[in-house]
Write a protein that binds this ligand. Structure first.
Ligand code: F6P
Length: 343
């Protein structure tokens, strides 16, 4: 078959491992040919491609980012965007399209099914916020990067008797925050799912200091918001999928902590450091399993599905179900596993 492939949305470690697995198994086992669409849906809209074969995929399993490039282009938000997508697929004689992305990219793929496009989806996001799969590749790497950063912040915080506020990614879901916060022994962990109370964060900081410790690391997800009565957060510009560009809650929080506790408080915003660099071994293997699952789905009646992992088994879920529900940190998990360790 002649198969197109694209990566959309924010990049994440492990994308190249998926691409490699798809191409290797596709060429060797099924005799497929591949066309790489550049920069997510933008490449399909504008018919920008790159050759994609076994040779191009050599030595990329350990490489972060995506050799295909990515963007947050939404064809449904562009004048004539969908018609252009269909024209490109015809021009390139594409029989199936493997789309690797998060809820936005897969949402577009799902809609294109109605236009007769044969699609298979692969979930991707460091945020780990897709309900249909127990885990997404990239998450493990991001948590490790954040945990390493917290460990480093702790030693410098101890030297100076400071509070450090470490901001991690996570727009709607606080998985990176809660995992790295637990792993890094944070004094408090703030997530988008649970509006926070500054007074309570300060109590936890003071409780730690009163026990004779002089360093406290607070981990905050970029999408965490103060509850009523705390302070207000300004909104900023949105992308084609309507997502606000976040980053900076840590600065506001640090000012408040310093004001209420009198302890010098500094900030580290990890930002895209969490998305860059080499995937962990776990993510390379998970991504490879997803890639194999995707090319098998193309050849075994899997159109309209997304590959997922459930109970350590690669399964297929209908695309429309895969993107309908975000996976958020459950209140019970936060209350029972994270909170008892605060302070
Ligand atoms: O969705 C993944 C993610 O890393 C979010 O955690 C973050 O809010 C967003 O992407 C940042 O996107 P961009 O790279 O477009 O600024």
């Amino acid at each position: 078959m002649r198969i197109g492939m694209l990566t959309g949305g924010g990049d994440c470690p492990g994308l190249n491992a998926v691409i490699r697995a798809v191409v290797r198994k596709g060429e060797e086992h099924y005799g497929d040919q591949f066309v790489g669409f550049m920069d997510g849906w933008r490449g399909v809209v504008d018919n920008i491609t790159m050759p994609l074969d076994w040779e191009r995929c050599r030595d990329i399993i350990s490489l972060g980012g995506t050799i295909l490039g990515t963007s947050r282009t939404n064809p449904y938000k562009l004048e004539g965007g969908v018609d252009k997508v269909l024209a490109t697929l015809k021009d390139q004689q594409i029989e199936a399209l493997i789309t690797i992305g998060g809820d936005d990219t897969l949402g577009v793929a799902n809609k294109l099914m109605a236009e007769g496009v044969q699609v298979v989806g692969v979930p991707k996001t460091i945020d780990n916020d897709l309900s249909a799969t127990e885990v997404t590749f990239g998450f493990h790497t991001a948590v490790q990067v954040a945990t390493d950063a917290i460990d480093r912040l702790r030693t410098t915080a101890e030297s100076h008797s400071r509070v450090m506020v470490c901001e991690v990614m996570g727009r709607h879901a606080g998985w990176i925050s809660v995992y790295s916060g637990i792993a890094g022994g944070a004094v408090d962990i703030l997530i988008p799912e649970e509006p926070f109370d500054v007074a309570s964060v300060c109590e936890n900081v003071k409780a730690l200091v009163s026990k004779g410790r002089h360093a406290a690391v607070v981990v905050v997800a970029e999408g965490a918001t103060p509850g009523e009565g705390s302070f207000s957060v300004a909104s900023s510009e949105v992308d084609q999928f309507g997502h606000v560009r976040l980053g900076g809650i840590a600065n506001l929080l640090a000012t408040e902590i310093e004001r209420h506790t009198g302890i010098e408080t500094r900030v580290a915003i990890l930002g895209h450091v969490q998305r860059g660099g080499s995937p962990t071994a776990f993510d390379r293997v998970l991504a490879t399993r997803f890639g194999i699952g995707a090319i098998d789905a193309v050849h075994n009646d899997g159109f309209g599905t997304m590959v997922a992992i459930q109970a350590d088994t690669i399964v297929r879920v209908p695309l429309n179900e895969a993107v309908s529900q975000p996976k958020l940190v459950p209140h019970e998990f936060y209350e029972e596993v994270a909170k008892p360790l605060f302070g």
